[in-house]
Design a protein around this ligand. Structure first.
Ligand SMILES: [Zn+2]
Length: 285
């Protein structure tokens, strides 16, 4: 009777200990079967003009551009597209181990020079255009490599290559005036006024791109990297899934859609050689 009572007393703690042990063993086995996914490091390079003669903070020469692409290729980097990123986040897709993204801002006509290089090195790029430049400036100018902007025909040629995606860089907010930096909120305006100003500009640009190319961009590039928290809901409503800033940091992409927002980029200043730039911003952990 006494012995039986002692055994009964022991059963409960033994069951608890076994439950705890199975719980931890189960967790361990699960983590072996399904190892936790590490975020994918994604450095993004931001180019502007591909200027024939002199390099500057916002211009590289065609030779520098090719040197960069060769360096990335020879060092095992694979370019990823914005679509690849969305497939990874939303459709359980995969990304290469050493990935990098090439972006070019403002829609200079000289960006057309990247096309043969994308073919040569089997790469892709995102070009973010400013509506007003393409609509008003480019249509009548002579396709000068030093100062012209892309026309809608050029934009369509880039899209037809299958190697370039187009981002929205605002219709007419790529400027610094009236105390506003790009499409950021002006300190003196009300939130309502700000939201209607940015909504009107961004939806006009989406409409223009749709009208002229048939695509609806899901990439938004903040002019000057100037971000206002109030812009986020407007961008969401306009269907943007990826937003680019100028924060000079690498990105860590997870399956969380938020990891595609506020994406940092490294400005590719032409004052660096390829090796200097890549060592400084891309190659290290
Ligand atoms: Zn810009």
């Amino acid at each position: 009777m006494y012995k039986c009572f002692r055994v009964k007393k022991l059963i409960v703690p033994v069951i608890i200990i076994l439950c705890i042990a199975f719980f931890f063993m189960g967790k361990k086995l699960f983590s072996i079967a399904y190892p936790e996914e590490k975020p994918v490091k994604l450095p993004v390079i931001m180019y502007h003009s591909i200027y024939t003669d002199s390099p500057s903070e916002y211009a590289v020469t065609p030779q520098q551009l090719e040197n960069d692409m060769k360096w990335l290729h020879d060092n095992g980097y694979k370019t990823v597209s914005a679509q690849n990123l969305c497939d990874y986040v939303f459709n359980n897709g995969s990304l290469p181990e050493k990935c990098v993204m090439i972006t070019l801002d403002d829609g200079y006509y000289n960006n057309m020079q990247i096309l043969p290089l994308l073919e040569k090195y089997d790469m892709c790029a995102v070009i973010s255009i400013v509506g007003k430049y393409t609509d008003e400036y480019a249509e009548n100018d002579p396709h000068n490599l030093n100062y012209s902007y892309l026309t809608w025909k050029d934009v369509n040629d880039l899209l037809d290559s299958g190697r370039v995606e187009i981002g929205n860089h605002t219709y007419d907010m790529h400027s610094l005036y009236n105390g506003r930096k790009g499409c950021a909120k002006n300190a003196s305006e009300s939130e309502n006024n700000y939201v209607s100003a940015i909504s009107a500009d961004i939806s006009l640009m989406q409409e223009k791109i749709r009208e002229n190319t048939g695509i609806s961009p899901f990439i938004f590039t903040y002019p000057f990297g100037a971000v206002s928290p109030e812009s986020r809901s407007v961008l969401r409503e306009n269907g943007f899934l990826i937003t680019f800033t100028c924060r000079e940091l690498p990105n860590y992409i997870t399956r969380d859609p938020k990891s595609l927002l506020g994406t940092g980029r490294f400005n590719r200043s032409g004052v660096y050689s390829t090796e200097e730039f890549m060592e400084k911003y891309i190659a290290h952990d």
